[in-house]
Write a protein that binds this ligand. Structure first.
Ligand code: SF4
Length: 310
């Protein structure tokens, strides 16, 4: 039986270019995507940056190279556009750690509480929330809530614990987590510091609180890019984040020494998308991500209330 030969990358890139023009499409890729995908994207960034970009681009078709909740957020913020997720199975384990039924029960157990939801969540969860937040603005979002109100922070316990540390607030955390960032242990940081005593440590706030507390910098993805801009030539950095982001940082500052905090800091879902999937998404206009309009309206409200916070 004849086996089909996979298309050569250069052929795929040519086909993607032709299809992108034909469909007036834009390709967005998350920082954690494979380099081959980031290289052909029109824009790369974190999930909210890309969704905001989706809301303002002129394109009729948006190919969102990331995971499901990100394409949903783009569909919420860019109603009327065709949003495609190249790999339908690319999901986020953290976003799936809370269901609408679980959130409703959580809220029923805490009447009067304000629900703050990390953007790494499904549209249905956002729709049941008062406010969304990102890893960059979570503290400002919490500070915008009157001090006498209890806060329910979902779904990422670690981000919630980090941004509310030292605050005299009543906060109840949903026990969700990012399996990639949770993999980094305080012992990993201590070991790396032993190996590289002159290195600085920078981690993402999805890491465990003890890891964050042991770091020199705790930064969102955008914050990491800003932070490295001013570091002296040759600075060594131990990084507690996904490997795709480490590659992005290294590309931005090739003169710095980037040291992953641990082995295997790979989000398998973010690595599912290959060039062939992007080509097929454009060829067949699949997999279309739609959000029920009533849910999208409520979810958009939670995002817009976040964006209104200075
Ligand atoms: S890195 Fe973590 S939070 Fe991001 S998509 Fe993967 S599992 Fe979800």
């Amino acid at each position: 039986m004849a086996t089909s030969v996979p298309p050569h990358p250069s052929q795929l890139i040519e086909e993607i270019s032709e299809l992108r023009t034909r469909h007036k499409a834009v390709i967005l890729a998350h920082n954690y995507e494979l380099a081959e995908v980031q290289d052909i994207a029109d824009f790369t960034g974190d999930s909210l940056e890309l969704s905001r970009r989706a809301a303002v681009v002129e394109a009729e078709v948006i190919v969102f190279c990331g995971v499901h909740f990100m394409a949903e957020t783009a569909a919420i913020l860019a109603p009327g556009r065709t949003v495609l997720l190249p790999v339908a199975e690319a999901g986020c384990p953290m976003a799936d750690m809370i269901t609408p039924e679980e959130l409703l029960a959580f809220q029923a157990d805490h009447p009067g509480a304000v629900t703050v939801t990390y953007v790494n969540s499904t549209a249905e969860i956002k729709a049941l929330s008062d406010l969304c937040c990102t890893s960059a603005n979570a503290r400002a979002v919490v500070e915008s809530i009157p001090v006498d109100r209890t806060i329910l922070f979902v779904p990422d316990r670690h981000l919630g614990e980090w941004v509310t540390r030292g605050m005299d607030r009543q906060v109840v955390f949903w026990p969700g987590f990012c399996p990639v960032h949770q993999r980094i242990l305080p012992e990993d940081i201590a070991r790396k510091r032993g190996q590289f005593p002159d290195a600085l440590v920078m981690v993402h706030p999805e890491c465990d609180l003890a890891v964050c507390e042991s770091a020199d910098f705790v930064e969102s993805t955008g914050g990491m890019l800003r932070r490295i801009a001013d570091l002296p030539h040759g600075t060594k950095l131990i990084l507690g984040t996904e490997v795709g982001m480490i590659n992005r940082l290294q590309t931005a500052r090739p003169d710095l020494v980037m040291i992953p905090a641990g082995p295997d800091l790979v989000c398998a879902n973010m690595k599912m998308t290959r060039l062939v999937h992007v080509r097929d998404a454009l060829l067949h206009l699949r997999h279309r991500i739609t959000v029920n309009p009533a849910i999208a309206d409520r979810a958009r409200g939670a995002i817009e209330r976040m964006l209104a916070i200075p």
